[in-house]
Structures are given as structure tokens and as C-alpha cells.
Design a protein around this ligand. Structure first.
Ligand code: PEP
Ligand code: MN
Length: 333
């Protein structure tokens, strides 16, 4: 960290500031120029409040030079994390299609959808058992029963399962779940992030509705700093002023996150657009942009879906889409 002091500071003021910084176990390198004095702060500056330092009367500006993201950040240009999910790989050149209903509704529904999407090339089954709904009166998911049905679908098809955990108290139910999803609304639930950081299981971390990429990576860092390195980032659209789409898909997040991080990036065009008519183009575009996976909502009867029917593809629509996605994959490899 570097602090540039204002013009005209006295040696006594500098001494007081240096003493204060040293009291926080930092070494301070004082460099006095003709007009300005620059302090180089050496050591663990992560606990220094940049804004506090900047607010001091004699301080002009402060710049962090070391990256606050230590584990999620990109280190070597060519090294990407590969996440193993059962015998499926995601990241570092491996691509996976994730599909399934927004919510698990019944045994027949989840198994029918699982079989259909598997036939079309999906390798991971999604389905919500615990649903974060905007209204408390909307369908909240089947809870424990939903997890039981997902595991039945896993048994029937062999597909690994991804499902959302909202409350850490439900964790014992997730033992046989392959990937835990942390939803957009919980991206900054730091206690929950720390808890899943203590697991040794892949975590799909969705970008918050109004979160920057830096904040998403900081949340990944929460998980990784507890020892769980298996984090998959998910771009699912952010809130903008455009009401035509449910959210605005930030497609540049894919190459940007790849620039900033070694973690795999999955795109969810279903929650990003909220519209069946827009999902295929965005799924294809996400694939072309280099996403390591695409996650799409599919329902056997969208008109009667208990959640997100308007953005759920039918198995036939998904089949058509998956063919396009695999063609794009071939073209960019
Ligand atoms: C979901 O994937 O079911 C979901 C609720 O997504 P998000 O957290 O992105 O809204
Ligand atoms: Mn949904």
C-alpha cells in the first residue's frame, strides 16, 4: 500500500503517522521527494482501512498495490481450475451443460425432466428444493422432500445434482448433493459463505443482483479462505434500468472473470433474461464467449410450473438449444 502525503507536511506530522502505522505491525518506507513525501507500507495491509487512512488530514491519496483477492485471483495466465463433479469436469477447457427445473415439484416431474435433458446432453441436473422467492406467499419449494426427490433422480439417471442451500441449518440434508448453489440473494451472506467454505464440495456461487465482479470474487474468496477451493462462478444477470428483461445479462463478465480469476465461469441465461424467447441466443452467446458451462431451466410443462414457468424451456426446446451449444463448442475449440 502506498500513501502520498499532502504538500507542506511537517516532519513531526510524518513521524506521528509513521508511528501509528508501525503500531499496526507494518514497516514503513519513507520516501521524501522535492515536493511530496510518499510512504510505502510493507507487511499485511489487508487490515488497514484505506478510507480511514485517506481521510487523515495530511494524507493526499492511498493506493493498494497488492491484490485483496489472494486465492480466487488469476496467478498464471494458462492455469485454470478444473472442478470435478462426480466424473464430470468443469473449467480449464472442460464444458458442462446444466439443466433442470427451477423447482422440484414431484417425483415424476424431476425424473422426466432429468431423463429428457440427459438425452439432450446435459450432464448435471439442477432443481431447487429450498427456493428464495421474492414473495413469502409464493411456492417456497418442497424442502427436505425436494432433496429426497433430487436424489431419486440422481439414482435413476446417474446425473450429479446441483441445488441451492439457503440456510446452514439444512446442510445435513445436502450430504449426497454434488454441488451446492449459493443463490444471488445470498452472495454476500458471509456467514453462509464461511460455512460452505469448510466443506470439501463444489460450490456454485451466483453473482448478486447488484454486485460487481470484484464483490463476486471477494465472496468466492470467503469460501476459499476457509479451505474450499472448489468454487464455480455464475453470471446470472444484474439489475439495471432495463425492464424488458428480468435482469441484464452481463456477458462481458465471462471473459472479464477469466481475466481476473482462474475459477470456472457458468452462465445462467434463464434468470438473466426471464424470457424463453431470449434464452437460446444468450446461451449460445455465452458459450461463444468462453463460458465453462451453461445452466438452463427446463420444465416438462412450463405452463403449469410452480416457479419460473415463463423462463423454462420445454425438453424439445432444450434439445434444439443443446445442439447449437455443442456446435459452438466445436467451433471455438
Ligand atoms: C435459481 O437458480 O433457482 C435461482 C433462484 O437463481 P438466482 O439466485 O440467480 O436468482
Ligand atoms: Mn428459477
Amino acid at each position: 500500500m502506498i500513501a502520498v502525503l499532502k504538500r507542506g507536511v511537517t516532519p513531526e506530522q510524518i513521524r506521528q503517522l509513521v508511528d501509528w502505522l508501525k503500531s499496526m505491525a507494518l514497516d514503513v518506507h519513507v520516501s521524501e521527494g522535492r515536493d511530496l513525501t510518499v510512504l510505502g507500507l510493507i507487511g499485511d495491509t489487508s487490515r488497514i482501512d484505506k478510507e480511514l487512512l485517506e481521510s487523515m488530514e495530511i494524507v493526499g491519496s492511498v493506493k493498494r498495490v497488492s491484490d485483496p483477492i489472494r486465492q480466487a485471483n488469476r496467478k498464471e495466465p494458462a492455469t485454470n481450475s478444473i472442478i470435478e463433479i462426480g466424473n464430470i469436469r468443469l473449467g480449464g477447457g472442460y464444458f458442462a451443460l446444466i439443466a433442470g427445473p427451477c423447482s422440484v415439484e414431484s417425483e415424476d416431474q424431476i425424473i422426466e425432466v432429468a431423463r429428457a435433458v440427459q438425452k439432450s446432453g446435459a450432464e448435471i441436473l439442477r432443481g431447487g428444493a429450498f427456493k428464495p422467492r421474492t414473495s413469502p406467499y409464493a411456492f417456497q419449494g418442497l424442502g427436505a422432500e425436494g432433496i429426497r426427490l433430487l436424489l431419486k433422480a440422481k439414482e435413476a439417471t446417474g446425473m450429479p445434482i446441483i441445488t441451492e442451500l439457503m440456510n446452514i441449518k439444512d446442510l445435513p440434508l445436502f450430504e449426497e448433493i454434488d454441488v451446492i448453489q449459493i443463490g444471488a440473494r445470498n452472495m454476500q451472506n458471509f456467514d453462509l459463505l464461511k460455512e460452505v467454505g469448510r466443506l470439501r464440495k463444489p460450490i456454485l456461487l451466483k453473482r448478486g443482483l447488484a454486485s460487481t465482479l470484484q464483490e463476486l470474487l471477494m465472496s468466492a474468496e470467503y469460501i476459499m479462505s476457509e479451505g474450499n477451493e472448489q468454487v464455480i462462478l455464475c453470471e446470472r444477470g444484474i439489475r439495471t434500468y432495463e425492464p424488458y428483461t428480468r435482469n441484464t445479462l452481463d456477458l462481458s463478465a465471462v471473459p472479464a472473470l477469466h481475466e481476473l480469476s482462474h475459477l470456472p465461469v457458468v452462465v445462467d441465461p434463464s434468470h438473466a433474461t426471464g424470457k424463453i424467447s431470449l434464452i437460446p441466443s444468450m446461451a449460445v452467446a455465452a458459450t461463444a464467449a468462453g463460458a465453462d458451462g451453461v445452466m438452463v431451466e427446463v420444465h416438462n410443462d412450463p405452463a403449469h410450473a410452480l416457479c419460473d414457468g415463463a423462463q423454462s424451456l420445454t425438453p424439445a426446446q432444450f434439445d434444439e438449444l443443446s445442439r447449437k451449444i455443442f456446435r459452438i463448442r466445436e467451433a471455438i475449440q
